[in-house]
Design a binder for this molecule. Structure first.
Ligand SMILES: *[C@@H]1O[C@H](CO)[C@@H](O)[C@H](O)[C@H]1NC(C)=O
Ligand SMILES: *[C@@H]1O[C@H](CO)[C@@H](O)[C@H](O)[C@H]1NC(C)=O
Ligand SMILES: *[C@@H]1O[C@H](CO)[C@@H](O)[C@H](O)[C@H]1NC(C)=O
Length: 413
């Protein structure tokens, strides 16, 4: 134990040296200049180990290869979805004789390097999961005391993204533990997108400026589940924007409200539209967790909607904020390009049986350009009209649904 503590002390000293030498305030690995897009197994496939009875859906190399195939064949790759990400439960119960992590030999018989090679051969990137604590959330070997070795193992395998969870660790260790892994990932020389669960596991008390400095994306709230109540909890948390966490989003680093459950079991089409529209407004990572082998066409079309993806990937990288919270319809706006433009989302939090009506002036939600705006429906691309700041607009929003507009400023010459 004492020796292990010494290793951690060395890590801290190295980190301090790194911090002193560096004046950058976002993680400088050239990655995540826009929110990362891809697929992650957790929400939909969990820790399904039962390959005997459920070979099609258990956590195995076949599952990830099949998803990679679908991402390429069904247009997701062309739309920007890029990372194919393993989550918990890929590991064998113990490290190998050299202390290295190893996958479960029955479910990943070809090994992780071969899986990474397969995913790379499709022009995609490979994401993996580990945990800063002594054990992962599901009880597999964690990285605590093995940070350097594990970072090197991931680099050797060709990993492009690391989701680093915070189960089984002391939250007081996060402020040096997560940066220590940043240091070791960097030291491998391989650019690896670093997805931290630091503020989330620290009950949102972490310093967001530190988090942004060391991570490319960071979860700050509880796990999403495939139902409307879960989505509402996340929307409310993001609406409150405690500690102004929205201000820390930008090219290189993003708040992560968790995976997309679009195309799964519980959400209605209106709720799926709300999910996709709001993840666009939040400039959130778009990590689908669904069965791409078996997905409704309407859900697929939503995930592939170019206008929503463009709002999410907008180069300004500004996270949208709640600007109106006076009725069951809450309004968020996100500044986007070209300069002075906004994406505007109206979400109806009422689950009652009929659409809710709202009338507001454009200036009430910050649309104040005197020349007015050219407004289109973000979902369809249809023209809605031109509006001046004093003009009223009328919306009817379906229960638990969303309406989204893109407003581009008009100029007189
Ligand atoms: C490592 O960090 C340095 C300094 O911040 C940066 O220039 C370099 O690109 C990083 N390398 C990787 C592989 O992340
Ligand atoms: C918005 O209003 C709801 C309902 O009154 C409230 O619960 C919530 O905290 C409000 N959110 C913010 C950010 O003020
Ligand atoms: C958060 O930002 C708002 C303005 O958007 C400001 O009024 C408030 O003081 C800020 N709070 C903190 C804790 O920085």
């Amino acid at each position: 134990m004492l020796q292990l503590m010494k290793i951690q002390t060395v890590e801290v000293i190295l980190l301090l040296v790194v911090s002193w030498c560096s004046l950058i305030y976002s993680l400088d690995n050239g990655l995540a200049l826009t929110p990362p897009m891809g697929w992650l197994s957790w929400e939909r496939f969990r820790c399904n180990l039962d390959c005997e009875n459920d070979p099609h859906n258990c956590i195995s190399e076949d599952l990830y290869k099949q998803m990679a195939d679908r991402i390429v064949a069904d247009g997701y790759k062309d739309a920007g979805y890029e990372y194919v990400c393993v989550d918990d439960c890929w590991l064998a119960p113990t490290r190998d004789a050299n202390g290295r992590l190893q996958p479960d030999p029955n479910r990943f018989p070809s090994g992780m390097k071969a899986l990474a090679d397969y995913i790379h051969s499709k022009g995609l990137k490979f994401g993996i999961y580990e945990d800063f604590g002594v054990k992962t959330c599901a009880g597999y070997p964690g990285s605590e005391y093995y940070l350097e070795l594990d970072a090197q193992t991931f680099a050797d395998w060709g990993v492009d993204l690391l989701k680093f969870d915070g189960c089984g660790a002391n939250a007081a260790d996060f402020a040096y533990g997560y940066p220590a892994m940043t240091f070791y990932l960097n030291k491998t020389g391989r650019p690896i997108l670093y997805s931290c669960e630091w503020p989330g596991h620290a009950h949102n008390t972490a310093s967001y400026s530190a988090v942004r400095k060391y991570c490319n994306t960071w979860r700050n709230y509880i796990d999403i589940n495939d139902n409307w109540q879960s989505l509402v909890q996340i929307l409310v948390f993001y609406g409150k924007d405690q500690h102004n966490f929205s201000a820390y989003a930008g090219p290189g680093g993003w708040n992560d409200p968790d995976q997309l459950c679009i195309g799964d079991f519980a959400l209605s089409l209106d709720q799926e539209r709300t999910h996709m529209g709001m993840w666009a407004i939040f400039a959130a990572p778009l990590l689908m967790s669904n069965d791409l082998r078996n997905i409704r066409k309407v859900s697929r079309d939503l995930l592939l909607n170019k206008r929503l993806i463009a709002v999410n990937q907008d180069p300004l990288g500004i996270q949208g904020k709640l600007v109106y919270n006076k009725t069951v319809i809450r309004i968020w706006t996100k500044p986007i390009t070209p300069t002075g433009s906004y994406a505007i989302a109206f979400v109806n939090f009422d689950g009652g049986g009929r659409p809710t009506h709202l009338t507001l002036k454009c200036s009430d939600v910050g649309l104040t350009n005197a020349e007015g705006y050219d407004v289109t429906d973000t979902f369809t691309g249809d023209a809605v009209g031109t509006y001046k700041p004093g003009d009223e607009f009328d919306v009817f929003v379906n229960p638990t649904g969303i309406i989204m507009f893109t407003a581009i400023p008009l100029q007189t010459n």
